[in-house]
Design a protein around this ligand. Structure first.
Ligand SMILES: [Zn+2]
Length: 92
């Protein structure tokens, strides 16, 4: 399980931007930090589900990107395996 980002101020931010924003050096220093909205900063790990799973969305966007809300760099990428609808076959 690897730390990939943080969530605060209603968005996801990369580790580098979070370290600058809260003037921290180590990832464990973040757990008492509060954002501008009064909420605790949360860590996002590579095992956390951040992507959209709605069928209609996945069909149009099979590759999804998690971008930093500060620097807009790509933090993580997820590619869905598209499941094609089964075709109905008549008995001949
Ligand atoms: Zn960033």
């Amino acid at each position: 399980m690897n730390l990939i980002a943080y969530t605060y101020e209603a968005d996801t931010h990369c580790i580098g931007c979070t370290q600058k924003r809260f003037s921290i050096t180590y990832s464990l220093d973040i757990f008492n930090q509060v954002d501008k909205e009064g909420n605790f900063v949360h860590a996002l790990y590579d095992i956390d589900e951040w992507y959209e799973l709605e069928d209609w969305y996945v069909q149009e966007n099979p590759i999804q990107y998690l971008a930093c809300g500060t620097c807009h760099g790509i933090i993580d990428t997820y590619e869905h395996e598209l499941i094609m609808p089964a075709t109905w076959q008549r008995n001949k």
